[in-house]
Design a binder for this molecule. Structure first.
Ligand code: 6IA
Length: 144
């Protein structure tokens, strides 16, 4: 199974350790096409040599190639929002993981979309359970 993981880059890197944790959970079930998103050094070394157009086109190809899309949406990011919209348009199952604190609300365009599965984590809800349930649900659907 191939996963496209989305997480903020230019929107802010404060949750990079969480991205790394989610990528690790996904890697137990298959290949993560964007495994560099958990690692600042990887992003800088791999993508500094690419133009924005090359990054955009490569990432869109990876979304096309993926089976499931998992996005961490706590840090607002234009790129992540754009990728979610494109993935929905391609008919990909999309899981959005959100861990909002006091006064922090998820965009209505994600929270109100029937085309994505939004799961809050961090309040007793364990990331591993949420991610595994999403993968198993869609693995079963593929096998039917
Ligand atoms: O708007 P953002 O930069 O926060 O968008 C982040 C999202 O867009 C991620 O889910 C990525 O898949 C994608 N993305 C945006 N920029 C890049 C990038 N290089 N490399 C890989 N994916 C990207 C940025 C250049 C780097 C030297 C800082």
């Amino acid at each position: 199974m191939k996963f496209y993981f989305c997480g903020s880059i230019r929107g802010g890197r404060q949750l990079a350790p969480v991205y790394k944790e989610i990528i690790g959970l996904l890697q137990a079930h298959g290949k993560v096409l964007t495994e560099h998103l958990g690692d600042d050094q990887e992003i800088i070394s791999k993508d500094r040599i690419l133009t924005d157009k090359e990054i955009h086109d490569r990432d869109l190809h990876w979304i096309v190639d993926s089976d499931l899309v998992v996005a961490e949406v706590t840090v607002p990011s234009l790129g992540v929002g754009y990728e979610i919209g494109r993935a929905i348009h391609m008919g990909k199952p999309v899981l959005c993981l959100f861990n909002g604190g006091e006064g922090q609300a998820l965009s209505a365009m994600i929270a109100g979309s029937k085309d994505v599965e939004v799961r809050e984590y961090g309040h007793g809800q364990v990331l591993k359970d949420i991610v595994t349930t999403f993968i198993l649900k869609h693995t079963r659907l593929y096998k039917q």
